[in-house]
Structure formats: structure tokens, C-alpha cells
Design a binder for this molecule. Structure first.
Ligand code: PAF
Length: 280
């Protein structure tokens, strides 16, 4: 696998690939790679001639300095995993390489970035949009792969690509879970043994919302789930919302003609986890 650190080197590599008429699949990451990321690389590898990954812990998408400082960065292990899985090129830039000048770019996603994560992490999605746009400009992939665990991020990137008319196909990929249901996340390694044993309750409760949809009102389902999760030691629900899967606006009534999903962010001690389950 080629490991490149500079934008200029990536552009040269990509132009050689394009000159050969080869397709490029791209998986942007912040490293601390787990099976979820690797499933995206495998999918990109199946669909394209060349698979490119990036590892960049993007400071401007963190609104919490401790979260940024504590973000795991096991680069040697990450490189080994990418090599084993057959990734062709890794872009691993420094902050100075990605942001040589102060960043003033502003994106407006309307309601999409005001709810859920957008409400509790102000500026987060602007930081995501800035970095993904820059990565897309550098790598110019045919297809880019994003996990559905970060569902709101996926919707924002889909919107950015369609608004800017970027010639990139966004491929949503399913959430990968541990056997006990916990969604894979780079933050899971920060859970204590006790927190780790409680964490599967998140998926269990979301699945119960799905199984019992329409038996109560939407509001009752949300309140039931919030109080159930808040009963666990060290667990605190930041938000739990049943939302339209396109607009991400909270739904008021079950309406099977529109697809909806239950989304949650919880703190388990200091660790913030998100998850979601598609209801229909
Ligand atoms: O999902 C992530 O890991 C990040 O938000 C992304 C898309 C790599 C942008 O930094």
C-alpha cells in the first residue's frame, strides 16, 4: 500500500490512476479502524479498481477539546489493517497539510444540521463538510463509502454532493455490530468493563422501539426508551428521536408511507456513543 502525506503527491498518484481509466473508491476515516471501517474498504474494493482510504483526525469537527485529545490514534495498527485488507493507497496528512490557512468556509444545510447531533455539537457538521469536501477535491473518487451509524453525517454529505453537483456517488453502508448488538465505534475502546457490559442496552432499546412501533404513540415510545436507558448506571441520554429518514425531522405520528428511524446519543460515563435503528 502506498502511504502519502502530501496533497501534491496524492494528486499526482490519482492522475496516473485516472489516465489508466481506473475507477477510484474512497473511504475517509479518522483512524482507530475497526471492522466497521474495514467493511467499507472491502465494499470499495469490490466496486472499484483502486481503493483509497484517508486517516485524518479532523480538529474542526470536534466541539469538545477533551474528545479531540482523547481520540485514539493507533496509526501503526491502522496501517497494518489497511495493508492486510488490500487497500491501495492511504492519505495520511498533517493538520497543516489539510489546513494551511485558517478555515472560514461555511455550509448551510437548513434543518438537517440543526437537529440531533447538530443541536448538541454546534459546528460539528460544518467541520465534517469542510474536510470531506477538501478530501473529495484531492482524491476525486468515483464512489465514496459512509457507514449508516453516522446517519445524519451521511444525509449531510449526500446533500452537499447533490447541492454542489459533485460527480461522486455516495454509497451508504450498513452498521456493523458486536455479537451483543453494540455498534462498532472507535470510542468503544474507552469504555470501562462495566460500561461495556451496559452498552448493548442501547441497541436493545432501539430494537424494542422498532418491534413495538404503532403499539403506542411516537412520543410514548421515545419517553419509554429514554427512561429505560437513563435507569442504567452511568448512562445519560442526550437525545433520542424518532425521525423521518430523509428530512431528519421528528415524526409526530407513525406513517408507514415514509421511512423513519430511531436515533440516539448517550453518555456512558464520559464516553459519548451514537446509534440508530431503521424502523421502516
Ligand atoms: O465519520 C468519520 O470518521 C468522519 O466524520 C469523517 C467522515 C472521516 C470526516 O472527518
Amino acid at each position: 500500500m502506498k502511504i502519502l502525506n502530501s496533497v501534491a503527491d496524492v494528486k499526482t498518484y490519482i492522475s496516473t490512476i485516472k489516465a489508466l481509466g481506473r475507477s477510484i473508491g474512497f473511504v475517509p476515516t479518522m483512524g482507530a479502524l475497526h471492522e466497521g471501517h474495514l467493511s467499507l474498504i472491502i465494499r470499495a474494493h469490490e466496486d472499484n479498481d483502486i481503493t483509497v482510504a484517508s486517516i485524518f483526525v479532523n480538529p474542526i469537527q470536534f466541539n469538545n477539546k477533551t474528545d479531540l485529545a482523547k481520540y485514539p490514534r493507533p496509526i501503526e495498527k491502522d496501517i497494518q489493517k489497511l495493508e492486510e485488507i488490500g487497500c491501495d493507497m492511504l492519505f495520511y496528512p498533517t493538520v497543516e497539510e489539510m489546513y494551511p490557512e485558517p478555515v472560514f468556509d461555511k455550509y448551510d444545510f437548513g434543518q438537517l444540521d440543526k437537529v440531533m447531533e447538530g443541536k448538541f455539537r454546534p459546528g460539528h457538521f460544518n467541520g465534517v463538510a469542510v474536510v470531506v469536501r477538501r478530501l473529495f477535491d484531492i482524491v476525486t473518487p468515483d464512489k465514496a463509502y459512509f457507514g449508516m451509524k453516522d446517519y445524519q453525517q451521511l444525509r449531510i454529505i449526500q446533500t452537499m454532493v447533490s447541492t454542489l453537483k459533485l460527480p461522486i456517488e455516495i454509497i451508504p453502508c450498513p452498521i456493523i455490530r458486536e455479537k451483543d448488538g453494540l455498534a462498532l465505534s472507535s470510542r468503544n475502546v474507552r469504555l470501562t468493563k462495566k460500561q461495556r457490559s451496559i452498552a448493548p442496552a442501547i441497541f436493545k432499546v432501539l430494537s424494542e422501539i422498532k418491534d413495538n412501533a404503532r403499539k403506542t404513540t411516537v412520543e410514548e415510545a421515545e419517553n419509554w426508551a429514554i427512561s429505560k436507558l437513563n435507569k442504567y448506571d452511568e448512562m445519560f441520554v442526550e437525545y433520542l428521536s424518532i425521525v423521518d429518514s430523509e428530512t431528519l425531522l421528528p415524526i409526530k405520528d407513525w406513517d408507514s408511507t415514509r421511512s423513519c428511524l430511531a436515533c440516539v446519543a448517550v453518555f456512558l460515563g464520559e464516553v459519548r456513543l451514537i446509534d440508530n435503528v431503521m424502523i421502516f
